[in-house]
Ligand binder design. Structure first.
Ligand code: KDO
Length: 334
């Protein structure tokens, strides 16, 4: 009996000591992105770092790494998965489908999926999104914490490419898409024959003519100087772009509850900061790019692109990949 009580007391003591030491511990969180310092995304990450550090009295020591200093999207996500990197900002379902070995999640990033930004947030921050994030965390060890609006994805093309108005115009061109299968499907769904390429190589490839164009939201294309080497912006509006900041699941679970709360709070502050700035820039940068770089803006046959995408994704292989009714479930979110 005495021995049992002794063991119990020791166990309680050890648990309390572990809880106290987790409370006391300083967590260094390296937060990586491929975006450059002129990109709003990096500003938002700095905002997150500032708020998380202040809320935790310095116990959450967030360090932001830009321009892919700790790796490109794939390397960083693999790092978060294994725990060799704490957080990455460049995640989104089209990457996670491949890296998290979770093809079903790719449905959250197909062309012309969301009706508008409200629909997007009701899906991503509602029960439908939460189910995907929880399954992903259980499968891969990557925990999605939030969704930040990156802007509406549009094409930007070089002079050599010439103007594009229909899916057929895209076919002969070399247009860069991010290097994952779900991303390449977005390109194919628009009628392109996409060229996979890392984010860091896009500027030079546009400049030297290795590629004829790329797709990204206007604030990204402007900040990364892609528009400096482009001639046309084609307003296909093919996707509401967003990034989902992620953390290593084991680290997330190990953190004291109040630190998790501070992280969520700080991400929300950064999200509002980013979303407002992105929307403002979407309204002003087209005019700026026209003035600065002589960019021509093309309003294409959007319906033709939408129809093309609809037909592309109606292939039964996608119902199989995403799960029967998954697309309809997202559309049904009011
Ligand atoms: C890109 O590589 O084009 C892309 O826009 C893909 C997104 O998922 C995201 O990774 C983004 O890059 C980066 O966050 C840079 O904005």
């Amino acid at each position: 009996m005495k021995r049992r009580v002794f063991v119990l007391v020791i166990a309680i003591f050890l648990i309390a000591a572990a809880a106290l030491s987790a409370q006391d511990k300083t967590y260094t969180i390296r937060f990586n992105t491929v975006a450059s310092p002129s990109d709003i995304q990096v500003e938002a990450m700095n905002k997150f770092a500032e708020v998380a550090t202040a809320l935790s009295g310095g116990k959450l020591d967030v360090k932001v790494f830009h321009s892919g200093q700790l790796g490109d999207q794939k390397t960083a996500l693999l790092g978060v998965m294994k725990g060799s990197l704490e957080m990455a900002c460049d995640a989104s379902p089209a990457w996670l489908a491949d890296i998290g070995s979770y093809p079903e999640i790719g449905v959250l990033e197909v062309a012309y999926l969301f009706r508008d930004i409200d629909h997007m947030y009701r899906v991503l921050n509602g029960p439908v999104g939460q189910k995907y994030w929880d399954t992903l965390a259980a499968k891969s060890g990557i925990r999605v914490l939030d969704a930040w609006y990156l802007g509406t994805r549009e094409l930007s093309l070089t002079k050599k490419a010439g103007p594009v108005r229909t899916p057929a115009d895209l076919k002969p061109l070399k247009i860069r898409w991010p290097n994952s299968e779900a991303w390449l499907d977005v390109g194919r769904s628009l009628g392109a024959n996409p060229t996979p390429m890392g984010f860091g190589e896009v500027y030079m490839a546009l400049k030297t003519g290795t590629i004829d164009g790329q797709d990204n939201p206007i604030p990204t294309s402007y900040a990364e100087k892609f528009l400096e080497v482009a001639q046309y912006i084609v307003l296909t509006d093919h996707m509401l772009g967003y990034v989902t900041p992620v953390i290593n699941e084991k680290l997330w679970k190990e953190m004291p509850e109040n630190y998790r709360f501070y992280i969520k709070q700080a991400l929300t502050v950064a999200r509002f900061y980013m979303n407002q700035k992105v929307m403002e820039e979407e309204a002003t940068l087209i005019g700026k790019a026209q003035k600065e770089y002589g960019i021509q803006v093309i309003v294409p046959d959007k319906k033709a692109f939408m129809d093309n995408a609809k037909k592309y994704y109606s292939d039964p292989k996608f119902a199989k990949r995403f799960g029967d009714g998954a697309y309809a479930k997202i559309q049904a979110v009011e």
